[in-house]
Write a protein that binds this ligand. Structure first.
Ligand code: ZN
Length: 53
């Protein structure tokens, strides 16, 4: 199994801007991430979700 880098994008659910990157461990990989983060585009805290490619 190839060693993939567990980097994921964290995307604002309001404006779809990718604001954060985070690493994912194998433990958390099965869950969908939902984070309340500050979005510079929305200028407020919004719900951010992981965005896979
Ligand atoms: Zn936003």
């Amino acid at each position: 199994m190839a060693a993939k880098k567990p980097f994921i994008k964290v995307q604002c659910s309001v404006c779809k801007k990718t604001n954060y990157f985070t690493k994912k461990s194998k433990v958390t990989a099965e869950k969908k991430l939902e984070l309340k983060k500050f979005c510079s585009a929305c200028r407020k805290h919004t719900l951010h979700k992981e965005s896979k490619r």
